[in-house]
Design a protein around this ligand. Structure first.
Ligand code: AMP
Ligand code: MG
Length: 419
Protein backbone atom coordinates (compact mmCIF):
# COMPACT_ATOMS: atom_id res chain seq x y z
CA UNK A 1 0.00 0.00 0.00
CA UNK A 2 1.28 3.46 -0.83
CA UNK A 3 1.79 5.88 2.03
CA UNK A 4 -0.39 9.01 1.72
CA UNK A 5 1.40 11.77 -0.12
CA UNK A 6 2.61 14.55 2.15
CA UNK A 7 0.97 17.93 1.57
CA UNK A 8 3.04 20.34 -0.51
CA UNK A 9 4.47 23.21 1.50
CA UNK A 10 4.25 26.71 0.00
CA UNK A 11 7.69 28.21 -0.64
CA UNK A 12 7.11 31.22 1.61
CA UNK A 13 6.20 28.93 4.53
CA UNK A 14 9.27 26.79 3.92
CA UNK A 15 11.49 29.87 3.79
CA UNK A 16 10.03 31.31 6.99
CA UNK A 17 10.53 27.99 8.81
CA UNK A 18 14.03 27.63 7.49
CA UNK A 19 15.03 31.17 8.44
CA UNK A 20 13.70 30.65 11.95
CA UNK A 21 16.41 27.98 12.36
CA UNK A 22 19.16 30.30 11.13
CA UNK A 23 20.50 32.10 14.19
CA UNK A 24 23.31 34.51 13.42
CA UNK A 25 26.78 33.01 13.89
CA UNK A 26 28.56 34.28 16.95
CA UNK A 27 32.05 35.57 16.39
CA UNK A 28 33.07 38.93 15.02
CA UNK A 29 36.21 39.28 12.96
CA UNK A 30 38.08 42.42 12.18
CA UNK A 31 39.10 42.18 8.54
CA UNK A 32 41.04 44.48 6.28
CA UNK A 33 38.72 46.75 4.31
CA UNK A 34 40.55 45.43 1.24
CA UNK A 35 39.28 41.91 2.02
CA UNK A 36 35.76 42.77 3.15
CA UNK A 37 33.84 42.64 -0.14
CA UNK A 38 30.74 40.45 0.31
CA UNK A 39 31.16 40.15 4.08
CA UNK A 40 28.41 41.24 6.48
CA UNK A 41 28.91 44.03 9.00
CA UNK A 42 28.63 42.96 12.63
CA UNK A 43 28.39 46.55 13.89
CA UNK A 44 27.30 49.94 12.59
CA UNK A 45 30.06 52.03 11.06
CA UNK A 46 29.93 55.64 12.31
CA UNK A 47 31.95 58.47 10.82
CA UNK A 48 34.43 60.36 12.98
CA UNK A 49 34.78 63.16 10.44
CA UNK A 50 33.04 65.12 7.72
CA UNK A 51 33.50 63.97 4.14
CA UNK A 52 34.68 66.07 2.45
CA UNK A 53 36.50 67.42 5.50
CA UNK A 54 36.43 71.03 4.23
CA UNK A 55 34.65 73.00 1.53
CA UNK A 56 36.63 72.34 -1.63
CA UNK A 57 36.62 73.13 -5.29
CA UNK A 58 34.95 70.83 -7.81
CA UNK A 59 36.67 72.59 -10.73
CA UNK A 60 40.03 73.92 -11.84
CA UNK A 61 39.58 77.71 -11.84
CA UNK A 62 39.64 80.70 -9.52
CA UNK A 63 38.17 81.08 -6.06
CA UNK A 64 36.60 84.49 -5.62
CA UNK A 65 34.33 86.59 -3.47
CA UNK A 66 31.20 87.41 -5.50
CA UNK A 67 31.09 91.00 -4.25
CA UNK A 68 34.70 91.55 -5.43
CA UNK A 69 33.84 90.26 -8.90
CA UNK A 70 30.91 92.66 -9.07
CA UNK A 71 33.14 95.57 -8.09
CA UNK A 72 35.87 94.53 -10.52
CA UNK A 73 33.34 94.35 -13.34
CA UNK A 74 32.21 97.90 -12.56
CA UNK A 75 35.71 99.34 -12.10
CA UNK A 76 38.31 97.18 -13.87
CA UNK A 77 36.70 95.16 -16.71
CA UNK A 78 36.34 92.22 -14.34
CA UNK A 79 40.08 91.91 -13.69
CA UNK A 80 41.30 90.67 -10.29
CA UNK A 81 44.93 90.08 -9.30
CA UNK A 82 45.84 86.48 -8.48
CA UNK A 83 46.92 86.49 -4.84
CA UNK A 84 47.72 82.79 -4.24
CA UNK A 85 47.75 79.31 -5.78
CA UNK A 86 46.04 76.39 -3.99
CA UNK A 87 46.60 72.89 -5.34
CA UNK A 88 44.87 69.74 -4.05
CA UNK A 89 46.70 68.57 -0.94
CA UNK A 90 47.60 72.04 0.30
CA UNK A 91 45.60 74.54 2.32
CA UNK A 92 45.68 78.18 1.22
CA UNK A 93 45.37 81.35 3.24
CA UNK A 94 42.37 83.60 3.66
CA UNK A 95 41.51 85.25 0.36
CA UNK A 96 42.98 88.76 0.18
CA UNK A 97 40.35 91.44 -0.53
CA UNK A 98 39.84 92.24 -4.23
CA UNK A 99 41.79 89.22 -5.45
CA UNK A 100 41.26 85.75 -6.91
CA UNK A 101 42.98 82.52 -5.82
CA UNK A 102 44.11 80.08 -8.48
CA UNK A 103 42.53 76.80 -7.33
CA UNK A 104 42.42 73.18 -8.51
CA UNK A 105 39.85 70.41 -8.14
CA UNK A 106 39.79 69.04 -4.61
CA UNK A 107 41.73 71.96 -3.07
CA UNK A 108 40.20 73.64 0.01
CA UNK A 109 38.29 76.85 -0.60
CA UNK A 110 40.18 79.74 1.05
CA UNK A 111 38.45 81.55 3.86
CA UNK A 112 36.42 84.44 2.47
CA UNK A 113 35.83 82.97 -1.00
CA UNK A 114 32.23 82.14 -1.80
CA UNK A 115 32.39 80.78 -5.35
CA UNK A 116 34.70 79.19 -7.89
CA UNK A 117 34.83 80.40 -11.47
CA UNK A 118 35.91 77.60 -13.79
CA UNK A 119 39.01 78.38 -15.82
CA UNK A 120 37.03 78.21 -19.08
CA UNK A 121 35.19 81.35 -17.90
CA UNK A 122 38.41 83.25 -17.19
CA UNK A 123 41.03 85.01 -19.25
CA UNK A 124 44.54 84.79 -17.80
CA UNK A 125 46.54 88.02 -17.90
CA UNK A 126 50.32 87.69 -17.68
CA UNK A 127 52.31 88.84 -14.69
CA UNK A 128 53.91 92.26 -14.99
CA UNK A 129 55.62 94.83 -12.76
CA UNK A 130 52.29 95.98 -11.35
CA UNK A 131 50.79 92.52 -10.78
CA UNK A 132 53.65 90.06 -10.15
CA UNK A 133 51.27 87.14 -9.48
CA UNK A 134 49.40 87.84 -12.69
CA UNK A 135 45.73 88.62 -12.97
CA UNK A 136 42.59 87.08 -14.30
CA UNK A 137 39.58 88.51 -16.08
CA UNK A 138 36.38 86.92 -14.77
CA UNK A 139 34.08 86.74 -17.78
CA UNK A 140 30.96 85.40 -16.07
CA UNK A 141 29.42 86.49 -12.79
CA UNK A 142 29.49 83.43 -10.49
CA UNK A 143 26.42 82.28 -8.60
CA UNK A 144 26.94 82.10 -4.82
CA UNK A 145 28.45 78.73 -3.85
CA UNK A 146 29.18 77.80 -7.45
CA UNK A 147 31.56 74.79 -7.91
CA UNK A 148 32.03 74.40 -4.19
CA UNK A 149 31.64 70.95 -2.63
CA UNK A 150 30.48 71.54 0.91
CA UNK A 151 32.14 69.99 3.97
CA UNK A 152 30.10 66.97 5.08
CA UNK A 153 27.92 66.89 1.97
CA UNK A 154 28.81 63.20 1.45
CA UNK A 155 29.09 62.11 5.10
CA UNK A 156 28.39 64.18 8.19
CA UNK A 157 30.50 63.65 11.31
CA UNK A 158 28.68 61.26 13.67
CA UNK A 159 26.44 59.75 11.03
CA UNK A 160 26.06 56.00 10.47
CA UNK A 161 27.39 55.34 6.98
CA UNK A 162 26.99 51.54 6.95
CA UNK A 163 24.74 49.48 9.18
CA UNK A 164 25.04 46.22 11.05
CA UNK A 165 23.56 43.46 8.88
CA UNK A 166 24.59 45.15 5.63
CA UNK A 167 26.50 43.13 3.08
CA UNK A 168 29.54 45.03 1.89
CA UNK A 169 29.90 45.93 -1.78
CA UNK A 170 32.84 47.48 -3.62
CA UNK A 171 31.20 50.90 -3.18
CA UNK A 172 30.76 50.35 0.57
CA UNK A 173 34.46 49.50 0.89
CA UNK A 174 35.28 52.81 -0.75
CA UNK A 175 32.89 54.66 1.57
CA UNK A 176 34.38 52.96 4.63
CA UNK A 177 37.85 53.94 3.46
CA UNK A 178 36.69 57.53 2.91
CA UNK A 179 36.02 57.82 6.65
CA UNK A 180 39.35 56.29 7.55
CA UNK A 181 38.36 52.67 8.25
CA UNK A 182 41.17 50.27 7.30
CA UNK A 183 39.52 47.43 9.25
CA UNK A 184 35.87 46.44 9.38
CA UNK A 185 33.97 44.32 11.93
CA UNK A 186 32.26 41.44 10.11
CA UNK A 187 30.49 38.22 11.08
CA UNK A 188 32.70 35.18 10.64
CA UNK A 189 32.30 33.08 7.53
CA UNK A 190 29.94 30.08 7.72
CA UNK A 191 31.80 26.77 7.50
CA UNK A 192 29.97 24.52 5.10
CA UNK A 193 30.56 20.83 4.35
CA UNK A 194 29.40 19.92 0.89
CA UNK A 195 28.85 16.46 -0.47
CA UNK A 196 27.03 14.79 -3.31
CA UNK A 197 25.20 11.49 -3.10
CA UNK A 198 24.69 9.04 -5.92
CA UNK A 199 26.50 5.91 -7.12
CA UNK A 200 25.99 7.06 -10.70
CA UNK A 201 28.25 10.07 -10.18
CA UNK A 202 31.73 10.30 -11.64
CA UNK A 203 34.13 13.19 -11.28
CA UNK A 204 35.25 15.00 -14.43
CA UNK A 205 38.90 14.19 -14.84
CA UNK A 206 38.58 10.75 -13.25
CA UNK A 207 36.98 9.16 -16.31
CA UNK A 208 37.20 10.51 -19.86
CA UNK A 209 33.90 11.09 -21.69
CA UNK A 210 34.60 8.20 -24.07
CA UNK A 211 35.25 5.80 -21.17
CA UNK A 212 32.08 6.48 -19.14
CA UNK A 213 30.33 3.26 -18.12
CA UNK A 214 26.63 2.93 -18.93
CA UNK A 215 24.49 4.45 -16.21
CA UNK A 216 27.11 6.88 -15.00
CA UNK A 217 27.03 10.65 -15.27
CA UNK A 218 29.39 13.41 -14.28
CA UNK A 219 28.83 15.19 -11.01
CA UNK A 220 27.72 18.66 -11.99
CA UNK A 221 26.01 19.79 -8.79
CA UNK A 222 29.26 19.73 -6.86
CA UNK A 223 30.70 22.40 -9.10
CA UNK A 224 27.92 24.95 -9.06
CA UNK A 225 27.08 24.42 -5.38
CA UNK A 226 30.69 24.94 -4.39
CA UNK A 227 30.89 28.10 -6.51
CA UNK A 228 27.62 29.45 -5.10
CA UNK A 229 28.78 28.82 -1.54
CA UNK A 230 32.07 30.60 -2.16
CA UNK A 231 30.27 33.59 -3.63
CA UNK A 232 28.20 33.79 -0.46
CA UNK A 233 31.31 34.08 1.67
CA UNK A 234 31.37 30.50 2.99
CA UNK A 235 34.41 28.41 3.83
CA UNK A 236 33.71 25.22 1.92
CA UNK A 237 34.93 21.72 2.78
CA UNK A 238 34.23 19.73 -0.32
CA UNK A 239 33.78 16.16 0.88
CA UNK A 240 33.18 14.68 -2.54
CA UNK A 241 30.78 11.91 -3.42
CA UNK A 242 29.27 9.68 -0.77
CA UNK A 243 28.23 6.20 -1.90
CA UNK A 244 24.54 5.26 -1.76
CA UNK A 245 24.90 3.21 1.43
CA UNK A 246 23.44 3.98 4.83
CA UNK A 247 26.65 3.30 6.76
CA UNK A 248 28.74 5.48 4.44
CA UNK A 249 26.20 8.29 4.62
CA UNK A 250 26.04 8.13 8.43
CA UNK A 251 29.81 8.20 8.66
CA UNK A 252 30.16 11.15 6.30
CA UNK A 253 27.55 13.16 8.17
CA UNK A 254 29.02 12.40 11.55
CA UNK A 255 32.46 13.57 10.51
CA UNK A 256 31.18 16.69 8.78
CA UNK A 257 29.04 17.77 11.74
CA UNK A 258 32.02 18.30 14.02
CA UNK A 259 33.67 21.19 12.24
CA UNK A 260 30.87 22.82 10.30
CA UNK A 261 27.92 25.13 10.69
CA UNK A 262 26.05 23.56 7.78
CA UNK A 263 26.17 20.27 5.96
CA UNK A 264 24.80 20.66 2.45
CA UNK A 265 24.09 17.64 0.28
CA UNK A 266 22.54 17.09 -3.10
CA UNK A 267 20.56 14.05 -4.17
CA UNK A 268 19.11 11.25 -2.14
CA UNK A 269 16.31 13.27 -0.54
CA UNK A 270 13.50 11.52 -2.35
CA UNK A 271 12.10 8.52 -0.53
CA UNK A 272 13.33 5.76 -2.82
CA UNK A 273 15.28 2.76 -1.54
CA UNK A 274 18.54 4.33 -2.67
CA UNK A 275 17.85 7.53 -0.81
CA UNK A 276 19.79 7.23 2.41
CA UNK A 277 19.92 10.80 3.53
CA UNK A 278 16.70 10.62 5.49
CA UNK A 279 17.50 7.55 7.65
CA UNK A 280 21.10 8.67 8.09
CA UNK A 281 20.23 12.16 9.38
CA UNK A 282 17.47 10.73 11.52
CA UNK A 283 19.92 8.25 13.06
CA UNK A 284 22.20 11.12 14.12
CA UNK A 285 19.79 13.94 14.80
CA UNK A 286 16.51 15.13 13.39
CA UNK A 287 15.21 15.69 9.91
CA UNK A 288 12.18 17.24 8.28
CA UNK A 289 11.64 16.21 4.72
CA UNK A 290 9.60 18.81 2.92
CA UNK A 291 7.80 18.62 -0.36
CA UNK A 292 7.88 22.23 -1.44
CA UNK A 293 5.26 23.45 -3.87
CA UNK A 294 7.76 24.71 -6.44
CA UNK A 295 8.90 23.52 -9.81
CA UNK A 296 11.63 22.63 -10.34
CA UNK A 297 12.80 21.47 -6.94
CA UNK A 298 10.14 19.68 -4.92
CA UNK A 299 12.07 17.61 -2.36
CA UNK A 300 14.05 19.55 0.24
CA UNK A 301 15.28 18.51 3.67
CA UNK A 302 16.21 20.47 6.76
CA UNK A 303 17.59 18.87 9.89
CA UNK A 304 20.26 18.94 12.54
CA UNK A 305 23.27 16.69 12.97
CA UNK A 306 24.69 17.45 16.40
CA UNK A 307 25.21 21.22 16.47
CA UNK A 308 25.34 21.53 12.67
CA UNK A 309 22.48 22.50 10.41
CA UNK A 310 21.69 20.02 7.66
CA UNK A 311 20.17 20.90 4.30
CA UNK A 312 19.48 18.31 1.63
CA UNK A 313 18.88 19.56 -1.90
CA UNK A 314 17.29 17.58 -4.70
CA UNK A 315 19.61 15.76 -7.09
CA UNK A 316 18.31 17.07 -10.37
CA UNK A 317 20.73 19.83 -11.29
CA UNK A 318 18.24 22.60 -12.04
CA UNK A 319 16.18 21.72 -8.97
CA UNK A 320 19.31 21.82 -6.89
CA UNK A 321 20.35 25.16 -8.40
CA UNK A 322 16.96 26.84 -7.97
CA UNK A 323 16.35 25.59 -4.43
CA UNK A 324 19.79 26.83 -3.50
CA UNK A 325 18.98 30.32 -4.78
CA UNK A 326 15.54 30.48 -3.18
CA UNK A 327 16.21 28.81 0.16
CA UNK A 328 19.87 28.10 0.93
CA UNK A 329 21.07 31.55 -0.09
CA UNK A 330 18.79 33.47 2.31
CA UNK A 331 19.59 30.89 5.00
CA UNK A 332 23.34 31.47 4.63
CA UNK A 333 22.91 35.22 4.52
CA UNK A 334 20.85 35.12 7.71
CA UNK A 335 23.56 33.03 9.41
CA UNK A 336 25.89 35.91 8.59
CA UNK A 337 23.49 38.46 10.04
CA UNK A 338 22.05 39.92 6.86
CA UNK A 339 18.77 41.68 7.58
CA UNK A 340 17.51 42.33 4.04
CA UNK A 341 16.69 38.84 2.85
CA UNK A 342 13.83 39.27 0.39
CA UNK A 343 14.65 38.09 -3.13
CA UNK A 344 14.14 41.10 -5.40
CA UNK A 345 12.00 40.70 -8.49
CA UNK A 346 10.94 43.21 -11.12
CA UNK A 347 7.93 43.44 -13.45
CA UNK A 348 8.79 42.61 -17.08
CA UNK A 349 6.55 41.63 -20.02
CA UNK A 350 6.75 38.02 -21.18
CA UNK A 351 7.47 37.63 -24.88
CA UNK A 352 6.36 34.01 -24.75
CA UNK A 353 3.32 32.00 -23.85
CA UNK A 354 3.12 29.43 -21.08
CA UNK A 355 0.01 27.38 -21.57
CA UNK A 356 0.59 24.62 -18.99
CA UNK A 357 -0.48 25.99 -15.63
CA UNK A 358 1.00 23.94 -12.81
CA UNK A 359 -0.38 23.63 -9.32
CA UNK A 360 3.12 24.42 -8.05
CA UNK A 361 4.78 27.85 -8.18
CA UNK A 362 7.13 27.65 -11.15
CA UNK A 363 10.52 29.22 -11.77
CA UNK A 364 11.01 29.46 -15.52
CA UNK A 365 14.42 30.02 -17.04
CA UNK A 366 14.22 33.13 -19.23
CA UNK A 367 16.42 35.71 -20.84
CA UNK A 368 15.85 39.42 -21.49
CA UNK A 369 15.69 40.44 -25.11
CA UNK A 370 16.67 43.81 -26.60
CA UNK A 371 12.97 44.74 -26.94
CA UNK A 372 12.67 44.76 -23.15
CA UNK A 373 10.75 41.50 -22.86
CA UNK A 374 11.57 37.98 -21.73
CA UNK A 375 12.23 34.97 -23.92
CA UNK A 376 11.72 31.45 -22.59
CA UNK A 377 14.22 28.62 -22.80
CA UNK A 378 12.41 25.88 -24.72
CA UNK A 379 13.26 22.94 -22.43
CA UNK A 380 12.27 23.65 -18.83
CA UNK A 381 13.06 20.16 -17.55
CA UNK A 382 14.70 20.00 -14.12
CA UNK A 383 17.61 18.03 -15.53
CA UNK A 384 18.54 20.51 -18.26
CA UNK A 385 21.34 22.62 -16.88
CA UNK A 386 21.72 24.31 -20.27
CA UNK A 387 18.59 26.29 -19.36
CA UNK A 388 20.30 27.85 -16.34
CA UNK A 389 23.34 28.85 -18.38
CA UNK A 390 21.31 30.30 -21.25
CA UNK A 391 19.03 32.24 -18.89
CA UNK A 392 19.85 35.51 -17.21
CA UNK A 393 17.12 35.02 -14.65
CA UNK A 394 13.93 33.25 -13.69
CA UNK A 395 10.26 34.09 -13.86
CA UNK A 396 8.45 33.55 -10.57
CA UNK A 397 5.12 32.23 -11.86
CA UNK A 398 2.34 31.74 -9.28
CA UNK A 399 0.56 28.38 -9.00
CA UNK A 400 -2.17 27.72 -11.57
CA UNK A 401 -1.07 30.61 -13.79
CA UNK A 402 -0.79 30.54 -17.55
CA UNK A 403 1.13 33.30 -19.31
CA UNK A 404 0.06 35.07 -22.51
CA UNK A 405 2.47 36.95 -24.73
CA UNK A 406 2.69 40.48 -23.29
CA UNK A 407 1.61 39.57 -19.74
CA UNK A 408 3.70 41.28 -17.10
CA UNK A 409 5.48 38.70 -14.94
CA UNK A 410 7.79 38.78 -11.91
CA UNK A 411 11.40 38.41 -13.03
CA UNK A 412 14.33 37.60 -10.72
CA UNK A 413 17.67 38.57 -12.26
CA UNK A 414 20.41 36.03 -11.67
CA UNK A 415 22.91 38.68 -10.60
CA UNK A 416 20.55 39.47 -7.70
CA UNK A 417 20.76 35.93 -6.36
CA UNK A 418 24.04 34.46 -7.56
CA UNK A 419 26.25 35.97 -4.93
P1 AMP B 1 18.18 11.88 -6.65
O1 AMP B 1 17.61 13.08 -5.98
O2 AMP B 1 19.37 11.31 -5.94
O3 AMP B 1 17.12 10.84 -6.87
O4 AMP B 1 18.67 12.33 -8.07
C1 AMP B 1 17.77 12.87 -9.02
C2 AMP B 1 18.45 13.00 -10.36
O5 AMP B 1 19.50 13.91 -10.28
C3 AMP B 1 19.05 11.71 -10.88
O6 AMP B 1 18.85 11.66 -12.28
C4 AMP B 1 20.51 11.85 -10.56
O7 AMP B 1 21.33 11.11 -11.40
C5 AMP B 1 20.72 13.33 -10.74
N1 AMP B 1 21.80 13.79 -9.88
C6 AMP B 1 21.91 13.59 -8.56
N2 AMP B 1 23.04 14.15 -8.09
C7 AMP B 1 23.66 14.72 -9.14
C8 AMP B 1 24.86 15.44 -9.30
N3 AMP B 1 25.65 15.70 -8.24
N4 AMP B 1 25.20 15.89 -10.52
C9 AMP B 1 24.40 15.64 -11.58
N5 AMP B 1 23.24 14.98 -11.49
C10 AMP B 1 22.87 14.50 -10.29
MG1 MG C 1 20.42 9.57 -5.93
Amino acid sequence: MNAPRPALKPLDDALAELLAFATVLSGVESVSTFEADGRVLAQDVVSALHVPPQDNSSMDGYAVRGADVLRAQAQAQGVLPVSQRIAAGSAGEALAPMSAARIFTGAPIPLGADAVVMQEDCEVLPADGVLPGGAVRIKAMPAPGQWIRRAGEDVALGSTVLSKGERLTPASLGLAASIGMNLLPVVRRPRVALFSTGDELVMPGDVAPGQMKPGTIYNSNRFFLRALLLRLGCEVSDLGIVPDRLDATVQALQQAAQQHDLILTSGGVSVGEEDHIKPAVQALGSLDLWQIAIKPGKPFAYGRVQQAHFIGLPGNPVSSFITFLLLVRPFLLKLQGVTQLATKSIAVPAHFTWARADKRREFLRVRRNPAGGLDLFANQSSGVLTSAVWADGIVDNPPGQTIQHGDVVRFILFPEVLG
